[in-house]
Design a protein around this ligand. Structure first.
Ligand SMILES: Cc1ncc(COP(=O)(O)O)c(C=O)c1O
Length: 400
């Protein structure tokens, strides 16, 4: 028996959905793409959704669409997967890491405010907050601050489909709904809530950004006649006087921006769509597992902090902060329990150290890294397996 920290859950229905595509006429950009986009937009409460190759491609397209240029300063958290920061670098921008709140493990809004107040308006272009582990960032508060300083927000919601925070009117605000952020992104990597092998989604309520992103996803090419700029005569390949009035030929298309091939295949979209139908069921199971960990570990002396049993948390990860984390990690491996670390602070990765980031710059993130451990959380984790994990952790600390 091997217990990983996360695992996909594939059913016969998922397999059949993929087989159906393989037997159809479209392996890419077929009907499942649009169906997945529509269903996903509805799930998170956004107007538009754009399916892309993976979460990193989603982030890259967002920074491109928002016009990040060399030298532009963008704020993000160090406790995230590297892609949340790298997307700024893809456009030549500068990543400004801001410390986390030690209680929520999310970007500390007070530190963001202090940074913004210390520089002239216009110094920073945007913020990429991360709903880390599945806990929703309070985008109402962050959005207000961003507006004050003319900043855009890309919500990295890879960990949090179905997650929400409660706003000042007591309303649940779902991750990726676009209520307070220009754009939000998701990933369908196998350990995430919805697994498509690889895959990503961008959600937004902004029609202009939606149209721009559709183009950038596919080489910057449009087939929308309304957007064409070349004359019909050129498009038709005839001399101007002979050009048919008002009609572009059927083959015609225009590349108008420097885009990429960041498309999702119809095969992946079919799997994603089938998985989306069970998203709530999977989320409920994750919440149950989290509640059981919370119950088992609250008040234990070896615990310095844990993800708790928090309303709106989507529990992609369940995090414990513990004493002797290295010892516990190695002990659990001898029991075939493969806990994981999320994350090594991104600002201390060798790539980012070249931009002068060093130890001591972000003390909360760095001390969190010394203690954090992600416990197994996934829908097919059985009650017995979870009990085994709990018992082994307690045994390591001499509680039995
Ligand atoms: C917070 C976060 N952002 C971005 C990504 C990138 O997603 P993908 O692996 O689909 O490129 C991940 C995935 O691991 C992630 O966890």
């Amino acid at each position: 028996m091997l217990i990983p920290y996360g695992k996909q859950y594939i059913t016969e229905e998922d397999i059949q959905a993929v087989v159906d595509v393989l037997k159809s006429d479209f392996l890419t950009q077929g009907p499942n793409i649009v169906a997945f986009e529509d269903a996903f937009a509805q799930y998170v409460g956004a107007t538009y959704a754009i399916a892309v190759a993976n979460g990193t491609a989603a982030l890259h397209l967002c920074t491109l669409a928002l016009g990040v240029k060399p030298g532009d300063k963008v704020i993000t958290t160090p406790i995230t997967f590297a892609a949340s920061a790298n997307c700024v670098r893809y456009c030549g921008g500068e990543v400004v890491f801001v410390d986390i709140d030690p209680d929520t493990y999310l970007l500390d809004i007070n530190c963001v405010r202090a940074l913004l107040e210390a520089s002239p308006k216009g110094t920073y272009k945007g913020i990429i907050p991360v709903d880390f582990a599945g806990r929703a960032v309070d985008l109402e508060a962050l959005g207000k601050l961003a507006k004050e300083y003319d900043l855009w927000i890309i919500e990295d919601a890879c960990h949090a489909p179905g997650g929400f925070f409660v706003d000042s009117d007591n309303l649940n605000r779902y991750c990726g709904s676009g209520d307070f952020a220009e754009l939000a992104i998701f990933s369908f990597h196998p350990v995430k809530h919805i697994a498509a092998g690889e895959g990503g989604m961008i959600t937004t309520n902004d029609k202009g950004l939606y149209e721009k992103l559709l183009k950038l996803r596919s080489h910057g090419i449009t087939r929308d006649v309304q957007q064409y700029t070349n004359p019909i005569a050129f498009a038709s390949g005839v001399e101007a006087p002979e050009a048919p009035a008002g009609e572009y030929p059927g083959w015609y298309m225009e590349m108008q921006d420097l885009g990429f091939n960041y498309r999702l295949s119809d095969i992946q979209a079919a799997l994603g769509l089938s998985q989306l139908k069970r998203a709530q069921e999977g989320l409920d199971r994750r919440i149950e597992i989290a509640a059981r960990y919370w119950e088992a570990f609250q008040g234990q002396r070896f615990i310095k902090g844990q993800s708790g049993s928090i309303e709106g948390h989507a529990y992609h990860l369940y995090i414990l902060e513990v004493e002797d984390r290295l010892g516990l990690y190695n002990y659990l491996r001898t029991k075939n329990i493969f806990a994981q670390i999320h994350y090594i602070p991104v600002h201390l990765m060798p790539y980012y150290r070249q931009f002068s980031w060093k130890e001591g710059d972000l003390p909360n993130a760095e001390s969190y890294y010394q203690r954090c451990l992600s416990l197994p959380v996934y829908p097919t984790l059985t009650r017995e397996e979870q009990e085994f994990v709990i018992v082994e952790i307690k045994k390591f600390y001499g509680h039995f």
